[in-house]
Design a binder for this molecule. Sequence first.
Ligand SMILES: *[C@@H]1O[C@H](CO)[C@@H](O)[C@H](O)[C@H]1NC(C)=O
Ligand SMILES: *[C@@H]1O[C@H](CO)[C@@H](O)[C@H](O)[C@H]1NC(C)=O
Length: 458
Amino acid sequence: MNRVSIWVLSLCCLVGIGLSRSEDGVEELKAKESLLSYLEKDAASPGANSLMVPLTLIQGAVSKGAVCLDGTPPGYHLDRGFGSGSNSWLIQLEGGGWCDNIRTCVFRKTTRRGSSKFMEKQINFTGILSNKAEENPDFYNWNRVKLRYCDGASFAGEGQNEANRLYFRGQRIWSAAMEELMARGMQNAEQALLSGCSAGGLASILHCDEFKDLFPKTTKVKCLSDAGMFLDATNVAGGHTLRDMYGSVVTLQGVQKNLPNTCTSQMDPTSCFFPQNLVANIRTPMFLLNAAYDAWQVHESLIPSSADPHGSWRECKMDHSHCNSTQMQFLQDFRNQMLNAINVFSKSNQNGLFINSCFAHCQSEKQDTWYENDSPRIGNKAVAVSVGDWFFDRTAVKAIDCAYPCDSTCHDLVFNDVTSTITISQSTRLTFTLLNLLSALLITLTCSKCTMEFQFGQ
Ligand SMILES: *[C@@H]1O[C@H](CO)[C@@H](O)[C@H](O)[C@H]1NC(C)=O
Ligand SMILES: *[C@@H]1O[C@H](CO)[C@@H](O)[C@H](O)[C@H]1NC(C)=O
């Protein structure tokens, strides 16, 4: 079926170029970028007749100062609803990590995550964005929007850095985009769902109540956060990688003033960028979809290379089946933290949950994890059905898997550096050979000029 092939053009490691890590670490940034692309969505297998939706730039946003990191206008992709879905709106906030210092933000200006100059002119709508009932049973005929992410602070920053010509305007992008979509018909919505994956999943948590407040009380409004439960966790060396990063993002990008008051009146702003300190206080019905062993967090927050200088966790990080019992216990502890973090949230009748015991990241936009014959399930219910049941109040959905390894329906991400292949176990569909991919992605980089390009196809 949807076999995914990835061709990696790796113009890498040119002979004669020094083998030491370059000063500015551009390759490292590119590697992180590639990892995000891989984890978040780009590996999505487009259907046989995939739906390509064009990019619309919000030109009018520039005069409001609602611009990407480099000053270019933000953008979105809209596919119009039809039939019974004509007055229903789904907004999907794109993810893509964060930039937490001048260097990483300046780098972003050269990518689609910091400039609309580099955004794809059209993208495939799959999973929750698909327009086919057999791929997306409940939302296929809605107006479906993908809002592009180009601010680097989960649509929540406000500020700028003159010296480096950096604009931190995430909050303004959010507002300008909502204004534009209201004008394009969203103001007549009878029902609306704000969604998002990864950094976009965090954004959907941050903006959920604001989104609800755009509409009259009679409009049914809910929010979905996919892979947005980033935990304030301790890494394998006892450090706090993600907290350090969030602290820098919040400070650099002026996020504090846009964080929910209910939190900032009680805690420091960095803590208030962590969903665990926010989700219990969201007024609007919310659904948390997350892998208990979120693949991005395992790689970048729990076992970042900096916390594993001798590589003793590397095998385990690449492939969880290689973790020994001590290491697995560490990952089980992480799952327990996840369950603790959603405990109060889960008590509210209006909220929904799907926490599967998988090593995955972003499961709503990829067709193979959203809705297919062998897509991940809890209690024999696929992600798409669980989210639909909750949105339409068909049944309550509070699905929490038993701990690893009890779930045999996962589409786990496995990184295998020995054979330079990446496979997604269970689904058996992703088996692609990548030149230098892992060295570029995850291992110490040894080349100075790398250009990697991914293409995904049938
Ligand atoms: C698991 O591996 C780690 C890292 O190599 C090691 O420190 C630990 O002792 C191992 N635990 C067991 C039970 O083998
Ligand atoms: C979208 O799908 C088409 C057709 O399957 C494919 O050729 C193209 O590479 C895909 N684009 C992206 C960005 O995934």
